[in-house]
Design a protein around this ligand. Sequence first.
Ligand code: NOJ
Length: 458
Amino acid sequence: MAKDALWWRQAAIYQIYPRSFYDSNGDGIGDLNGIIEKVPYLKSLNLDAVWLSPFYPSALADGGYDVDDYRDVDPKIGTLKDFDRMVKALHKADISLIIDIVPNHSSNQHKWFKEALASEPGSKARDRYIFRDGRGKNGELPPNDWPSHFVPSAWTRTNNPDGTPGQWYLHLFAPEQPDWNWDNREVEEDFLKTLRFWADRGVDGFRIDVAHALKKDLKRIYTAKKNNVDGFKIPQNGTDVLFDRNEVHEVYKTWRKLFNEYNPPKFAVAEAYVKAKRRMLYARPDELGQAFNFDLLGAYYGAKDFKRIITENLKLAKSEGSSSTWVFNNHDRVRHTTRFGLPKKVDLRTWLLADGKSHKVDMELGLQRARAATLMLLALPGCTYLYQGEELALPEVPDLPESELADPIWKRTSGTEKGRDGCRVSIPWSEATAHKHFKGLSAEIQESASDSMLNFYR
Ligand code: NOJ
C-alpha cells in the first residue's frame, strides 16, 4: 500500500551503519545480506524506516563517507542485486528505506578525481573539484589557511604527472575526500542522475550529508580570512565563504522538484550543522522538508534543558511548516547510555583520549536515564532517529586498541583526539561474538528478557 506522502512527520527511523550491523558471511564486515536477514528483527522494533549510512564502493578513509562511485554497492558488502533484494524485503515488512547522499565531497578514488589529477590546471576535468595554485614563490604554501574538519589544513598539494609539485585541492574533511565544485554544471547534473538512479530503484528518501557546505564563494579563496569550520560560529545571514550560503538552497529547490515527481514524493533530511533558525531553512516544504535537530545529542540529561530544547524546536519546526526531529545517538557521537552515566562536567573528548579511565561510568544510572530519556523522546510529536545498538543499551567502547582506530580524526590529530570508532563497534547479536564491553547485552539474551532494553524499545 502506498504510504501517506507525509509519513515521515511522525516516524521512528533507525540508522544502520552497514559495516558494523550484521556480517552474514563471516568475512569480518557487515553486509547487505546481513540487513536482509535481520528484517524480522527490524520489523519487531516497529520502525517506519531505516536510514542506511553509505554502502557505496569506498576505500573507507572516512567510514564510507568517501564515495568512489555513487551508483554502485561496495563489493565488500554486496551487489546492486542484493540492494534490490534488500529494498524488497524492507518494503514487504512495511519499512521505508532512506539512503545517505554525500554531495559535498567524493573520494580521491572517484574516476573524476583521478581524471582531474591526470589533467592540466584550468582543464574541464579539474573544474569539477576545487583546484588552485599555491601561494609563495613556488606555490609551496596553500591558497589560504582554512583548516579542515579533520584538522590540520583543508588543502593538499598534488603532484604533476611528471612528479613535480603541482596545484592544491580543497577538502573540508580528509585529504581522501576532495570537495566538489558545486558551481560546475556537470557536478550538479551528475547528482540529479544519482538521486534518480536510487529513487527509481525504490529508495524512499535521502539523508543529505553536510548539506550546508555545497556552495562556496570561490572568488574569495585568496582573500578570505581564516575561516571557522564550525557552522555555529559563522555569520547568520548566508554570507560565510564556505558554509550555509544562501545559494545552497537553490540546489535543494531543484532536488525537491525531482523528489516530487514520485508518488509519494521522496523524503529528504538535511544534516546541516548551523544554528536552529538557519537550519530550518533546509526543512522548508519546497526544499528538503526536514533537517536534523542535534540539540539533544549535545545536551546532558536533565529536565530543564530537555524542556527548553523541545519547546524551541517544536516552535521552529512549525514556523517552517516542517516536523521536529529528535536524536540521542548517531555514528558520530558518544553513545547516550555512557554520556548519561558520566558526571556532567566530563569533557567527552578528554575522557575518550584517556581510554575512558579518567572517570568511571555509572552504568546503572546511565541505563536508567537512557531509558527515561528514550521514553520521553518516543512520546514527542515529530520524527525520532534511533541509531543501531541503542535499543540494546550499548555503551561507548572507549578503549579500542590503536590498531582498531579507523576514524581519520585519530591520525590527522596525531593521536590527540580519539574520534568516533567507539560508537561504531559491531552489534552483539550473540553472547559468543559480543565485544567485551557488550557482554550480557547481546540481542540473543535481551530477546527473552521481558524487562530488557530491547523489549522496552519495541
Ligand atoms: C557527517 C557524517 O555524519 C560523518 O560521519 C562524516 O565524517 C562527515 N559528514 C563527512 O562526510
